[in-house]
Design a protein around this ligand. Structure first.
Ligand code: CA
Length: 361
């Protein structure tokens, strides 16, 4: 009854054209979409798990509820590393994860998350948005019926948690370490046994002694997992992930079924979250590191120049070999290298001398 009165009141007060639009509103409501998004993260995990939740909120708000995205944590619908296949085959509509988790499909995926001695967050954005990265990423993902967007970045990561000091290259020999992507391959070349466990499995594996060391992200995320309870030494920097880009993928059939405005909304929700998480990690890592050191007595160490040099040389070899695996990966690597050289040349005259001077004066 009250509904009828409301509608009459509304229509009565409007011009004919607007009234027609108001009447057709229920048809628009029928086009409401509910999309399933699988993720590679624990539910609401700081930054990683909250980013997809925020994307869902942004999309819902920007579409006035016409697109509702339901988020599934790792293991709820499919396992973390099965997320890509789930979206590729249409079991799920979207994923939120890290592209290097799909490196078994193509080595080229590594470049869209992070590679050892690769790009910082800002440099990755530069490559993908302006240096040709986006076109290559779309070409790669389309082979699997997926389109993906950057939707978070952790910034420079830490080198990882170790249950002993790493004072020389010998320290890596026989070390059982969790490190995914090409960084894991660098570890293997230095004699370590590297594995790629999903985040949720790291703590129990460290606790049981199944692994001796692990990288995860940085102080904010590592404190949340409580790694200080199972390892004493925390090394920097994360040579293997200097700015890990995380992404949101959409099944291409689902994507093509969306209107242009809905596609733009998803694109922009991802871009907004990419910018927001980059700032959030920058801010929260600092206070979390302080807590780890002052409250939990974590011993922070830097890899020695000798170790960094060996890591760099090994990384260069691993990257060159990875790029030689297939012509497409080689093309991605060339584009990545050119954009990185471009960013480094400018960085050497801008951010590097500035931050160095700021710290020294
Ligand atoms: Ca990591």
């Amino acid at each position: 009854m009250s509904k009828k009165i409301d509608r009459r009141a509304v229509i009565g007060g409007l011009a004919t054209g607007t009234a027609a639009a108001a009447v057709s509103a229920p048809a628009y409501a029928q086009g409401k979409r509910r999309l399933k998004m699988v993720t590679t993260w624990p539910k609401n995990f700081p930054g990683l798990g909250t980013a997809p939740e925020n994307i869902a909120k942004r999309v819902s708000a920007m579409t006035d509820g016409q697109i509702e995205i339901k988020i599934y944590a790792a293991g709820e619908l499919v396992g973390a590393f099965e997320s890509f296949d789930a979206v590729s085959t249409g079991t799920a509509d979207m994923y939120n994860g890290a592209e290097y988790y799909w490196q078994g499909k193509s080595t080229a995926f590594n470049f869209f998350t992070a590679v050892p001695f690769g790009m910082t967050a800002q440099e990755l954005n530069a490559w993908i948005d302006f240096g040709g990265g986006r076109r290559l990423w779309e070409e790669l993902s389309a082979k699997f019926n997926v389109i993906a967007f950057q939707s978070a970045n952790t910034g420079v990561q830490m080198g990882g948690w170790f249950n002993k000091e790493i004072t020389s290259l010998d320290g890596f020999k026989g070390l059982k370490i969790r490190m995914p992507g090409l960084g894991g391959e660098v570890m293997r070349r230095l004699g370590a046994a590297a594995v790629a466990l999903p985040g949720g499995e790291i703590f129990p594996s460290m606790k049981s002694g199944a692994i001796d060391a692990s990288e995860w992200v940085g102080p904010w995320n590592d404190l949340a997992f409580g790694f200080h309870q199972v390892a004493e030494y925390y090394y920097c920097p994360g040579f293997h992930e200097p700015g890990a880009g995380l992404s949101t993928g959409v099944n291409l059939d689902v994507w093509n079924s969306l209107s242009k405005s809905q596609q733009e909304i998803i694109r922009n929700a991802c871009a907004a979250e990419n910018a927001s998480t980059t700032s959030e990690y920058n801010y929260k890592n600092a206070s979390a590191l302080d807590t780890l050191v002052k409250k939990h007595n974590v011993k922070v160490r830097s890899f020695s120049p000798e170790i960094m040099q060996a890591l760099k040389q090994t990384s260069d070899k691993v990257l060159a070999e990875a790029a030689a695996k297939d012509p497409f990966t080689a093309k991605v690597f060339e584009s990545f290298k050119a954009s990185l050289a471009n960013s480094m040349a400018w960085g050497a005259r801008s951010e590097e001398p500035y931050t160095l001077a700021r710290r020294q004066v």
